[in-house]
Design a protein around this ligand. Structure first.
Ligand code: NAD
Length: 319
């Protein structure tokens, strides 16, 4: 059985994944302090938790040193612009979140003898030459391309976390999160699924970058959060891939969303993004063996829940 945490600091907790993680931890009886500077997130994402006595929201930039009163046994480092639109607009802030933010989070965790969980990304694999990607693969990243501000920030954050583990016996874990989707993604942040949903609902053309034959493997946010919590509770240092190995091409994704929305939007192709990976699919053998974790939510189910949330419809129980 996974370890129970008494009190968690969720850095970047007012973002998309962070807000779901805060809810999940509270549901398990963990007290949560959410620290966020709202650069890409928003207090609205955790507004439903405002009256919960075990929840506290602190506005702070993690790249600046900080103190939070009380004891903690878990620190989760999610603070970073994550969508291409955001990190291309905030290149220096993204690098600093990976570097200074991770350093401050590790020091805070060390002071509290808390476990530290780093939210890394499948982007550390870059445009991969191995497929599917195992944790042992070192990746193929352009260190000076526009996307490098995100990819290299995360690679540095991993290196720092791994060094903390080796040289300071830190209780750490690295999660390599693959594309995650679900309610509370921003409709205009440039990520594929919210963009396609917004376009399909409006009846606008669905815009695909490149030929649409590039593949993605997308994981519903509840599954990602269960994976993060399983890794936090496991004692495993990682890196561990957290993602859904169901791979499909971007064109199929656009068509599926259009069908689920019931839209007649045409599909339009645009120029491919610079350094856009052709294929992306996690090998999750390690997560299955060491955490007993694998995704449960089907693409159809996850997309339906996400579309319902964008439409403002309640999510049907038991789906
Ligand atoms: P998000 O932008 O919704 O959330 C990030 C949160 O961090 C936001 O609330 C933002 O305001 C906060 N933040 C950023 N810089 C900060 C700083 N300096 N100080 C304090 N708070 C700061 O993104 P997300 O999709 O929820 O991603 C969360 C984490 O998971 C990120 O680290 C991201 O790299 C990682 N990740 C996400 C995905 C995905 O598909 N969503 C995939 C791989 C990895």
């Amino acid at each position: 059985m996974s370890k129970h945490f008494e009190r968690a600091l969720v850095i970047g907790g007012a973002g998309f994944i962070g807000s779901h993680l805060c809810e999940h931890l509270l549901g398990q009886g963990t007290e949560v302090v959410c620290l966020d500077n709202f650069v890409t997130g928003s207090p609205d994402n955790v507004a439903q938790l405002a009256g919960v006595p075990e929840f506290r929201l602190v506005r702070h930039d993690v790249t600046e040193p900080f103190r939070v009163d009380g004891e903690f046994d878990l620190v989760v480092g999610l603070a970073s612009p994550a969508s291409p639109r955001h990190y291309l607009r905030l290149p220096i802030e993204t690098l600093e979140a990976g570097a200074f933010g991770t350093r401050n989070a590790l020091e805070f965790a060390e002071k509290h003898s808390a476990r530290f969980l780093l939210a890394s990304t499948s982007e550390v694999y870059g445009d991969p030459t191995e497929h599917p990607q195992r944790e042992s693969y070192w990746g193929q990243v352009n260190p000076i391309g526009p996307r490098s501000v995100y990819d290299e920030a995360k690679r540095y954050a991993e290196a720092l976390t791994a060094a903390w583990f080796r040289s300071r016996a830190g209780d750490v874990a690295i999660a390599r999160i693959f594309n995650t989707y679900g309610p509370r993604m921003q409709a205009d942040d440039g990520r594929m699924i919210p963009t396609f949903i917004r376009q399909a609902l409006a009846g606008d053309p669905i815009t695909i970058q490149g030929d649409g034959e590039q593949t993605r493997s997308v994981c519903y946010v509840d599954d990602t959060v269960r994976g993060l919590v399983a890794l936090a509770g496991s004692g495993h240092p990682g890196p561990v891939n957290i993602g859904n190995p169901h791979e499909l091409c971007v064109r199929e994704m656009a068509e599926q969303i259009r069908d689920l929305v019931g839209s007649a939007s045409p599909i339009r192709h645009e120029a491919a993004a610079v350094d856009d990976p052709r294929r992306r699919c996690p090998d999750i053998s390690l997560a299955k063996e060491s955490l007993g974790w694998e995704p449960r939510v089907s693409l159809w189910d996850g997309l339906t829940r996400t579309i319902d949330s964008v439409r403002g419809e309640p999510i049907a129980a038991g789906r």
